[in-house]
Ligand binder design. Sequence first.
Ligand code: PMP
Length: 420
Amino acid sequence: GTPVDWSAVRSDFPLLGRTVRGGRPLVYLDSAATSQKPNVVLEAEVDFYEQRNAAVHRGAHFLAEEATSAFEEARTAVAAFVGADDDEIVWTSGATAAINLVAYAFSNATLGRGGAAASRFALRPGDEIVVTRAEHHANLVPWQELAARTGAVLRWFEVSDDGRLSLDDGVITERTRIVAFAHASNVTGAVAPVAALVAAAKAVGAYTVLDACQSVPHLPVDLHALDVDFAAFSGHKMLGPTGVGALYGRRELLADLPPVTTGGSMVEVVTMESTTYAPPPQRFEAGTQMVAQAVGLGVAAQWLGELGMPAVAEHERALAAELLRIADIPGVRVIGPLDTTDRLAVVSFVVDGVHAHDVGQVLDDRGIAVRVGHHCAQPLHRRFGVAATARASASVYTTLDDVVAFREALAGVRAFFGAA
Ligand code: PMP
């Protein structure tokens, strides 16, 4: 397609025009935590509330019909963006909720809920759930809890010194039932070898759960082509609103998956004794939904799709290369791959002799926003012998100027603390 004007893209994000810390231009390098929002997304939410707000799926009136259309068109936009069918996308409040939904559905199946069809998800004591040491806590703790509830055993792939997954033999076994892993790490930026993991899981009949939080905003993602069983992502990291995200499930699996949250809008027939459930995705969408947020997310997905994800990935690969040049600053150690192959513009690092929180503060004094801490990945930090890192991460609106300002400020950090 035609080349993208990235500075025009940036000017679509009103927040990026503001100043911080006494008039300094904001250098926002915390997009892996949450992204900023373009005007089209902000306007879509306001427009929904100003023009269309009504309860969806109970369309006895004009507005309810319009609201339902907007809600379902958003689902279609998000589904198309990730290479899924409409009825394979379940709205959730975010990736955390989506992963918990799957884990609790497996629990319910184990308890015999959901009938014969759901028994395919039942776990027996000694069955194995496989994750990786690189997981965000959102894709680790729910599986620890599922293991505790069912007697299953949690196993994991380790991470090598360069921050890539070590796909050692013997982690996935004949007893593996679930393989859950991040498409891209929110700490190292490394992109997982999805095809190899999916093939290994399939070979033993295990279900795959992809945490696509960090990949969907930054890479072309086609869930059908990746051939995963379930996937989770969050709206707020992909230029959309907070409070909305999605669970993807292959149609045939969602059809058999028992519900987790029960109540209104997810039922067919309710008597005082029992209830029959609606087909997916409604079966998993009990209660009043986050309609305005879903509409905003649909617009974000469409906007990113029009920008073109191959172009976005290319833009961000160039930014990753520029961010990685911090590895040349004396005393700076990057935690994660140093080359841009299969790697996103998420760069975590430590500075010799300076605590990550102090690094963050010096940068913040210059208007540069990075994340500091364990980024919800304590086991991964422990692997590298650090309690905390600082992390700079980019998005579509990040420019080379942002990265240069960051590099220059970081180069002065050790001197500032007398560590150089
Ligand atoms: N997984 C990964 C890889 C993430 O980066 C995040 C957000 N930091 C999550 C899961 C959780 O997403 P949310 O907080 O939006 O539910």
